[in-house]
Design a protein around this ligand. Sequence first.
Ligand code: USQ
Length: 382
Amino acid sequence: MKILILGGDGYLGWPTAMHLSENGHEVACADNYLRRTVCLNEDVSPLFPTPSLPERAARWKSVSGNDVKVFIGDLTQWDFVSEVFGGFKPDAIVHYAEQPSAPYSMLSRRAASQTLNNNLNTTANCVFAVREFCPKAHIVKLGTMGEYGTPDIDIEEGWLNVEHKGRTQRFLYPRQAGSLYHTTKVMDTDMLWFYVRTWGLAVTDLMQGPVYGATTPESGDDERLMPFFNYDELFGTVLNRFVVQAVADIPLTVYGSGGQIRGYLNIIDTLKCVRLALENPASPGELRIFNQLTETFSVKQLARMVQEAGAGMGLNVRIENIVNPRKEAEEHYYNPTYTGLKDLGLEPTLLTGEILQSMMALALRHKGNIRRETIFRGVKWA
Ligand code: USQ
């Protein structure tokens, strides 16, 4: 297939580009370097430097022989969107092109506005471009488990049958997001559902939990092919942060009691899930939703696992419960269904001490780059 990755420079975009091209697809990436720009503006940096997208594409070509086409520009601008879609004419689109940080979306009015403008306008432009340039193309959109929040009932895979006064209807499962970033993903889902009903688009919406890891089969140990590995408060997801804190002798920053449960997955499984969704597309007029996680943990469970894996490497990892800067339930029920992707063939890569130790070994190699002042700045929700 010809697959266009929107947000191809990001934490998941670049590894997905390599993975799909290695699996025989023709791949193009579009990105405006939003992540790089915001990191620069907010003075946070990844654990090791990440070459530009054309540099990574050239390196990937030299090691694998696979081409990845690169478009640099802003997908909120229609001229650029029409150049990319009109030029490449994809069979499928993977849409990652969003401001991905919950804390950043809560930082200031400006950051909130940037998150709204970027995330909603890229999704709208993607929908309009599909209609204009490739109406049969399948859109695979990255959503988030955070759209559902932490309801006191089981979380179904996207939809809920509601019986009311003797009649029934299938609705999108109720959403109650926990940050403005997560709210933009709820709005994306609503927008896509509207255009699926109205224009008959084929869409898969992947409700993904926090991802961890940096190494994929395609990157191997070559750090120039690895994604951004952020560990700062704005862009680091919790497990990547804990691994870096462990090697830097910074107490693990467990927010509040640490009873917050989320669904996690290894970056390797993100790639497998996205490929499975692409190779088994939704039908025209269908909004198909999968919950994309492989196991659930509370934050305190993760902290203990990191502590134990660190001990195995001779590290004395400390855990600190700090006042939670976010507004979220710290003790709650959490029981999501996640069978759809396994039914398509996903074999999960579960979290082990060995995986944690390999992440710590990577962090140890770059210990000198760790900027302690970026670990916690206390972006408050309320
Ligand atoms: N947490 C801590 N200590 C930390 C950082 C986080 O206790 O130092 C806690 C948070 O309070 C939260 C949990 O760990 O309860 C997960 O936080 P996170 O920062 O790893 O993830 P989150 O902000 O929810 O967002 C991340 C990604 C986002 C993705 C989402 C999946 O940034 O792109 O959509 O994970 S989910 O959370 O399931 O919606």
